[in-house]
Design a protein around this ligand. Structure first.
Ligand SMILES: Cc1cc2nc3c(=O)[nH]c(=O)nc-3n(C[C@H](O)[C@H](O)[C@H](O)COP(=O)(O)O)c2cc1C
Length: 452
């Protein structure tokens, strides 16, 4: 694993200070780049996001910390500040809303991620609902990496009573909804107190547009995947995880991650500041099997989430189109996670197919490898109910976000991509028959611009 994954040892009681929280928030939702363009300036943030529209907001619910009084806060990336919404310790409200999820119950602070529909939907319409999971996921990958580098445990929590968390933040749920919780740190002061009253705040809100269009499909989907009571949350958390899927036996190549002494040494902050979605890949370049193995290895191991229990379970299956990976025959592959190998589905040059699958864009055709995330949604919905849909998207975004980091830690390039759902399934069939396309990431070497 690259050095930024070598963590400080977790302390038995790990309490973040204000500065630790700022570090986590800035290196996930903070503004890290500014680019001038003819009409003005575009701000880019630490994590990748569809259309650079940044529809995910972050809030913090905390007890008293070094440098920060207990309260409910909103993170404002523009000036890297926390704005107080409620004074006092409201963590007990989250303990109740999550039916005493242990990581939340013991956390000195919990970050809540929300999605604002219109910020993404003015461009992508109802597709925004998928983007919530993708874009929240890339943020989570950064937050988990920074937490780990700070010696602070963190866990993605998707089991909560939606209405209770939304009420705590006083969200207008036709416009903005809570998506997941990320408890940070661990403390012994686990007080079993009743939730506090959280009256309506009635804060003034600046309109995003003069007029907003509501996409009922998104509100319906969110409603249908909401959990309504603590009993339902506890039951949901107890659901058995989905078993890993097996593949047809074929020619397989074992992954060979970089040996310890060759792993990158940059800090996670350096990697995040370097990251930016690749706009052109060098078609003539190749990456090594060790580089690809390291990316797959780092990204797919030990994602801490309440819906991935027992650890090691993964909801998304990974399928690859390798164009130019040294020691790997060009072709379509299935990643056999339990055997740590890539199984050849079909050899061949599939650059033209990749161009089409990735929405007729050059990026997936010019990359060295394209990684497709597919899942059997029927099986997920059977086990996890409608909430499973959120879990699958969020997991994909988180693993995709980790792949971005693992690629950039090795000074490679990467970009998330949109794709033609049905054509992706057809391409990987019969192996992928019955599955659904969830996420796509292309990895390669950025094309160096010539200086004239
Ligand atoms: C899930 C996802 C899908 C994306 N799809 C595309 C795409 O289809 N085409 C493209 O050029 N960029 C795509 N991007 C890249 C975004 O445009 C990019 O992340 C955003 O502009 C922010 O820039 P940055 O990643 O360089 O910080 C995608 C990013 C993500 C996270």
């Amino acid at each position: 694993m690259p050095s930024h994954h070598i963590h400080e040892p977790l302390r038995p009681y790990a309490v973040p200070a204000f500065q630790d929280l700022v570090r986590i928030l800035y290196f996930s939702a903070g503004i890290t780049k500014r680019r001038a363009y003819p009409g003005g300036e575009i701000y880019f943030r630490a994590a990748a996001c569809t259309g650079a529209l940044y529809e995910i907001e972050l809030y913090v619910v905390t007890g008293d910390l070094l440098g920060l009084d207990g309260g409910v806060y909103h993170f404002n990336p523009a000036d890297v500040s926390l704005r107080l919404l409620r004074k006092g310790d409201f963590r007990r409200n989250l303990r109740q809303a999550t039916a005493m999820e242990p990581a939340v119950a013991d956390a000195p602070a919990t970050i809540i991620c929300t999605g604002t529909y219109w910020r993404n939907a003015w461009k992508y319409q109802a597709r925004t609902y998928r983007h919530f999971g993708w874009d929240n996921g890339t943020l989570l990958a950064n937050m988990l990496a920074i937490s780990a580098a700070s010696g602070l445990p963190a866990k993605i929590v998707l089991g909560f009573v939606d209405a209770e968390v939304n009420r705590l933040l006083d969200l207008d749920t036709r416009r903005e909804v809570s998506l997941c919780l990320l408890p940070i740190g661990r403390t012994s002061e686990n007080l079993l107190l009743a939730p506090r009253d959280a009256p309506v705040l009635g804060l003034e809100v600046i309109a995003l547009s003069q007029r907003e269009v509501e996409y009922p499909a998104m509100l319906e989907m969110h409603d249908a995947s909401s959990l309504e009571s603590e009993e339902e949350v506890a039951q949901w958390r107890g659901k058995q995880a989905v078993l890993p899927s097996s593949a047809l036996a074929g020619e397989a190549v074992r992954l060979q991650p970089l040996p310890e002494e060759e792993q990158p040494r940059d800090t996670i902050e350096q990697v995040i500041l370097r990251r930016g979605s690749t706009r052109r890949f060098d078609r003539a370049a190749s990456i090594t099997l060790a580089q690809l193995s390291t990316i797959l290895d780092c990204a797919t191991q030990g994602l801490p989430a309440d819906f991935l229990d027992p650890p090691g379970v993964q909801l998304n299956d990974l399928y690859l189109i390798a164009h130019s990976v040294q020691e790997l025959r060009p072709g379509a592959y299935f990643f056999q996670r339990d055997r740590n190998s890539l199984e050849l589905l079909q050899g061949g040059d599939f650059r033209a197919e990749a161009y089409h699958l990735g929405l007729d864009q050059q990026l997936p055709a010019e990359a060295c490898v394209d990684i497709f995330f597919l899942t059997d949604l029927h099986r997920i919905l059977d086990r996890y109910g409608n909430r499973g849909y959120r879990a699958v998207q969020l997991e994909a975004g988180s693993i995709g976000g980790r792949m971005y980091l693992a690629a950039y830690s090795q000074c490679l390039g990467a970009t998330g991509l949109t794709f033609f759902d049905d054509d992706v399934i057809e391409f990987f069939s019969p192996h992928a028959k019955g599955k659904s396309g969830i996420f796509l990431l292309a990895i390669g070497k950025p094309l160096k611009r010539k200086l004239h």
